[in-house]
Write a protein that binds this ligand. Structure first.
Ligand SMILES: NC(=O)c1ccc[n+]([C@@H]2O[C@H](COP(=O)([O-])OP(=O)(O)OC[C@H]3O[C@@H](n4cnc5c(N)ncnc54)[C@H](OP(=O)(O)O)[C@@H]3O)[C@@H](O)[C@H]2O)c1
Length: 305
C-alpha cells in the first residue's frame, strides 16, 4: 500500500485523484486550502501551503510515501490579476515542496501544464524549448525549474485533463455538458488544439508512474490531438446532445483578449516508451466521463466541498 499525499485536494485533479485512488490498495491524504472537505471519504486537512513552515509540518505530520503536488493558482485571469501571489504559489511553493521531499527521501510528482509552450508548433517533445504566454504559464514553468533544482529525482508531468469538479465549472468538458444539456448554443474553437485526458485515466497513470523510477519531465496528456470544437462535438455525441448547438468559430473572431496558444498538442512518445504500453483511448475516457454523469457523480463531488 502506498500512502499518497495530494496537495490541492479540493481542486479538480486533487479531489478526483483522492476519490479514485483512496481505498484498499492505497491510502490518500488530501490537503485543501480554503475549503474544508467535511464529507470527503478520504483523510484530509486544511493548510495554506505558502505559510512558512507549512510544508515541513504537512510532511512531518502525515509521513506519506509519495507527494503529488496538484495545488496551484490555475485560473489564468486570477494569475494576471495577482502576479505576486501567482509567483508564490506556482513558482516558489513547488521548489519548497521538492526540497522537503528530498530531505525526507520521498517521491515527488509535480503537476505542470502543456501551457509552458506558446502553441506555435504543436506535437511538442519534452526537450523542446518552452515559451510561456502570460503569468500563469510563466510561473508554472518557473515552478518546474524550481522543482528540478531542489530535487533532480522529482518527476514533472505536463498534463491536460477533464473531469467533474466540486465547483462545477473547472473544466471545459463540464461547460460543454452544462450548456448542451440546457439546450444553449456554444462556441467551439476550431483553431485551438490540445490533447485532453480523462482525469480518471490520468489518476491511474500517476499511480503507475509513482511506482517507477522516472525523473525529470514527462508529457502526460491524451494520445489524440483535437480542436476544442471537435472535443465539444465528441462530448455531444457521447452524451446524446444536439451537436448543432456548437458553433465552429476561430479564436481570432471570439473577442477573447488573453493570449491563446493555438496548438498545445504534446508528444507522449517518451512516456509510452517508459511505460511499455499505450495510453488510454480517448473515446473510452469520454465514456467514463459520461458514465459518471449517469450515476450522479457531478452532484456527489459537489457535496464534498
Ligand atoms: N485544469 C486543467 O485543465 C489543467 C491543465 C493543465 C495543467 N493543470 C495543472 O493541474 C494542477 C491541478 O489543477 P486543477 O485544475 O485541479 O486546479 P484547481 O481546481 O484550481 O485546484 C487548485 C487547488 O490548489 C489549492 N491551492 C491554491 N493555492 C493554495 C495554497 N496557497 N495552499 C494550499 N492549497 C492551495 C486550491 O485550494 P483553494 O481553492 O482553497 O485555494 C485547490 O485545491 C495544477 O498544477 C494546474 O496548473 C490543470
Amino acid at each position: 500500500m502506498t500512502h499518497f499525499l495530494v496537495t490541492g485536494g479540493s481542486g479538480l485533479l486533487g479531489l478526483n485523484f483522492a476519490l479514485a485512488v483512496d481505498g484498499k490498495a492505497h491510502q490518500v491524504t488530501g490537503v485543501a486550502n480554503t475549503a474544508p472537505m467535511l464529507w470527503a471519504t478520504f483523510k484530509n486537512v486544511q493548510l495554506e501551503l505558502t505559510r512558512p513552515g507549512a510544508v515541513e509540518e504537512m510532511i512531518e505530520t502525515h509521513k506519506p510515501d509519495v507527494v503529488i503536488h496538484c495545488a496551484a493558482m490555475a485560473n489564468v485571469d486570477a494569475c494576471e490579476a495577482d502576479p505576486v501571489l501567482a509567483r508564490q504559489v506556482n513558482a516558489e511553493l513547488p521548489g519548497t515542496i521538492a526540497a522537503a521531499c528530498k530531505k525526507h527521501a520521498l517521491r515527488m510528482i509535480h503537476i505542470s501544464t502543456d501551457a509552458v509552450f506558446d502553441g506555435q508548433k504543436g506535437n511538442y517533445r519534452e526537450e523542446d524549448e518552452p515559451n510561456p504566454l502570460g503569468v500563469y504559464a510563466s510561473t508554472k514553468l518557473d515552478g518546474e525549474k524550481a522543482v528540478l533544482t531542489a530535487n533532480p529525482d522529482a518527476l514533472i508531468t505536463r498534463v491536460n485533463f477533464y473531469g467533474w469538479s466540486a465547483a462545477g465549472n473547472r473544466s471545459l468538458a463540464e461547460n460543454f455538458v452544462h450548456n448542451l444539456e440546457a439546450g444553449r448554443e456554444m462556441m467551439g474553437f476550431t483553431d485551438v488544439i490540445f490533447c485532453p485526458m480523462n482525469i480518471l485515466d490520468l489518476s491511474a497513470l500517476l499511480v503507475e508512474v509513482a511506482g517507477m523510477d522516472l525523473k525529470g519531465i514527462y508529457h502526460m496528456v491524451g494520445n489524440e490531438a483535437m480542436s476544442k470544437y471537435q472535443f465539444g462535438i465528441r462530448i455531444a455525441e457521447t452524451f446524446g446532445f444536439d451537436a448543432g448547438l456548437i458553433n465552429p468559430v476561430s479564436v481570432k473572431e471570439s473577442g477573447l483578449k488573453a493570449a491563446r496558444s493555438p496548438n498545445l498538442s504534446l508528444s507522449v512518445d517518451k512516456l509510452i516508451n517508459a511505460l511499455g504500453h499505450d495510453l488510454p483511448d480517448f473515446s473510452e475516457g469520454l465514456k467514463k466521463f459520461h458514465d459518471q454523469h449517469r450515476r450522479g457523480y457531478p452532484q456527489y463531488i459537489k457535496s464534498l466541498v
